[in-house]
Design a protein around this ligand. Structure first.
Ligand SMILES: O=c1ccn([C@H]2C[C@H](O)[C@@H](COP(=O)(O)OP(=O)(O)OP(=O)(O)O)O2)c(=O)[nH]1
Length: 142
């Protein structure tokens, strides 16, 4: 049974999220207007859409690898809570020394639906045994 993502346009000409490729994990998100991310700066790019997520999922706004590799642009923040019905904003950091120009309807990120759990937090005195234990931060070698 295909999962349904309900999308509401907040601007008449907003572009709906779409799979760039049938085997993509995420739906591309589109800029609602011309915009830019200043060199070494950040911007919140409006998408002109709001969504209703399928039960048990949250939305993760993720990088388009092409923008990272070619232009040093990286998505930050990126958690769309279930129940959030406001406009989806894409937070972009520009790690380069050149302003990054965005044209209306450019693809600026992708939205991935992920399952999540809402645990009851329980304080304990000891954690269960594991092979790794407390070894982290490169402990398995370079
Ligand atoms: O990249 C993002 C991140 C967040 N949001 C929206 C949807 C999300 O549900 C809401 C709140 O985000 P988050 O929970 O990360 O923000 P917070 O800083 O913890 O603030 P809040 O007190 O609103 O939860 O903002 C976006 O549109 N784009």
């Amino acid at each position: 049974m295909p999962v349904k993502l309900s999308v509401k346009r907040l601007h008449a000409d907003a572009v709906l999220p779409s799979l760039g490729h049938p085997e993509s994990a995420g739906c591309d998100l589109y800029a609602a207007k011309d915009d830019f991310v200043a060199a070494h700066g950040k911007a919140v790019i409006p998408t002109g859409i709001a969504i209703e997520l399928p039960a048990g999922t949250y939305g993760r706004v993720a990088n388009r690898s092409s923008m990272s590799v070619r232009n040093h642009i990286q998505v930050a923040a990126g958690v769309i809570d279930p129940g959030y019905t406001g406009e989806i904003g894409v937070v972009l950091f520009n790690h380069s020394s050149k302003d990054y120009m965005i044209r209306k309807h450019d693809r600026v990120a992708q939205l991935i639906l992920e399952s999540f759990q809402t645990p009851t937090v329980v304080e304990v005195d000891e954690l269960g045994p594991s092979a790794r234990g407390d070894q982290g931060f490169g402990s398995t070698g370079s």
